[in-house]
Design a binder for this molecule. Structure first.
Ligand SMILES: [Fe+2]
Length: 441
């Protein structure tokens, strides 16, 4: 049995180790004093377990803490990876993706290196990797990558596996300011779902905000609103999404906000305010306006939102690297003609300086830390001449380049239309994989 002092020490060391483990910022491991304390306490715990000095509920607590430590040593959480990738390049780990090349092209972490599993196991293969840098192995779900990390560690590499793989990375978000005007108190934020390539927006003014195209992880938006001291008063979707589950309805309901959709997209529920071309919502004293602009083509009801006449949130109608896909309805040619008219008669008639903010970005878009994915109308015209091509040329090019449909898109459409409901595990599985919303130009 452990004496009174011993019990106190064990309680103390479990508490200290737990506190360090629960730190969301892994830089705490870089602080020599914290690290030394952590290592000492961990050692005490291990010794006490070995000597049978920990019993009953304390035993379970201590073993779970130690297994968490072991997991941290061999795996990196997606949150930790996000923080590490925000550091200067020289301080970032090597991300080693072991998927097959086709899988890697389709779904990957920006800046990762692809060495497929079978190549990696060739006798000469790991020697091309540096031993002085941390290596994070990645696969779809973190199972094979965990084995590879173990294999690399056995060869002397400093390797860990991304816990949960790309599926877990798909649920990681960051927030980037698009605009901030201290004088008028106006703010526009881009919330990016990094792995999936989705972008949502928060427009804020005088303590109120509108949220556009939120994902099903509504807690992400609620946390931002709370930390910024904002009340969510408007929630809208640009269109019926096919690649991810919308959180708009739940977010509006949970926060007593008004919820807006364009009924032309055929929703099975009716508890929303119907969006029509020109419908305008305001924030605060009316100093910030968000105007709906009907921009069909990707879907019949696709609606862009013009914020303060300076920013156009285009949903999946126009991207910074491509045009919207017209094939998710029944008639790709008819939808492509709508898209052409939308470009010619609506979006390209906006000022060249208006900033386009899309609802998605593809694997080819380079994501910069603290820099929004955006382009002006003028930049898009220069970058993508197809938007200014004549009608027949536009149709020919767009219809010839349509990529394969997003994974599980029919099921996701049914959910977003309000036809079926699933639990969070099933929803996460349905959303796996990248978005495939843009037609590259
Ligand atoms: Fe879409």
């Amino acid at each position: 049995m452990v004496g009174k002092a011993g019990i106190f020490e064990l309680t103390n060391c479990v508490a200290i180790v737990q506190e360090v483990l629960s730190e969301s910022d892994p830089s705490c491991y870089q602080d020599p004093r914290i690290l030394a304390n952590f290592m000492n306490e961990t050692q005490t715990l291990r010794k006490s377990l070995k000597n049978g000095k920990i019993r009953n509920e304390k035993y379970h607590q201590a073993t779970s803490v130690l297994s968490k430590i072991d997991e941290n040593r061999t795996a990196m959480s997606p949150i930790e990876l996000k923080l590490r990738l925000a550091r200067p390049i020289s301080d970032r780990p090597i991300i080693l993706d072991i998927q097959e090349p086709q899988e890697y092209r389709d779904w990957r972490i920006q800046g990762s290196l692809n060495i497929p599993l079978n190549v990696l196991h060739l006798p000469q293969s790991p020697s091309s990797l540096p031993k002085d840098k941390e290596i994070i192995t990645v696969c779809a779900h973190g199972v094979k990558s965990s084995e590879v990390a173990k294999f690399l560690r056995s060869k002397g590499y400093n390797a860990r596996s991304l816990a949960g793989g790309l599926a877990a990375w798909n649920n990681i978000y960051d927030t980037v300011p698009v605009a901030a005007d201290d004088v008028t108190d106006f703010k526009l934020l881009q919330i990016r779902r990094l792995g999936k390539g989705c972008a949502s927006y928060i427009a804020a003014y005088q303590g109120q905000c509108a949220i556009i195209d939120p994902s099903m992880h509504i807690e992400e938006y609620e946390a931002i609103a709370q930390s910024e001291g904002l009340r969510i008063v408007h929630v809208m979707d640009t269109h019926q999404q096919a690649d991810h589950v919308s959180g708009a309805r739940a977010l509006a309901r949970d926060n007593g906000a008004r919820f807006y959709l364009n009924p032309l997209d055929g929703f099975r529920y009716a508890d929303f305010t119907p969006l029509k071309d020109g419908y305008t919502v305001t924030l605060g004293d009316g100093g910030v306006t968000i105007e709906a602009m009907h921009t069909p083509g990707h879907t019949k009801g696709s609606t862009s939102f013009l914020v303060q006449d300076r920013y156009i949130l285009t949903g999946d109608t126009l991207f910074v690297e491509g045009v919207g896909r017209p094939d998710l309805g029944n008639n790709a040619r008819e939808y492509a003609l709508d898209l052409y008219d939308t470009y010619q008669e609506r979006l390209l008639k906006l000022s060249e300086n208006v900033i386009v903010l899309p609802a998605h970005f593809s694997q080819s878009v380079y994501i910069e830390f603290l820099k929004a994915v955006s382009a002006t109308i003028g930049e898009i015209r220069k970058r993508m001449p197809i938007v200014d091509a004549d009608r027949e040329e536009f149709l020919k090019q767009v219809l010839a380049k349509i990529p394969s449909k997003p994974p599980n898109h029919l099921e996701i459409l049914r959910i977003n239309r309000g036809e079926v409901r699933y639990g969070p595990t099933r929803l996460s599985a349905l959303e796996e994989g990248p978005n495939r919303c843009a037609i590259p130009t």
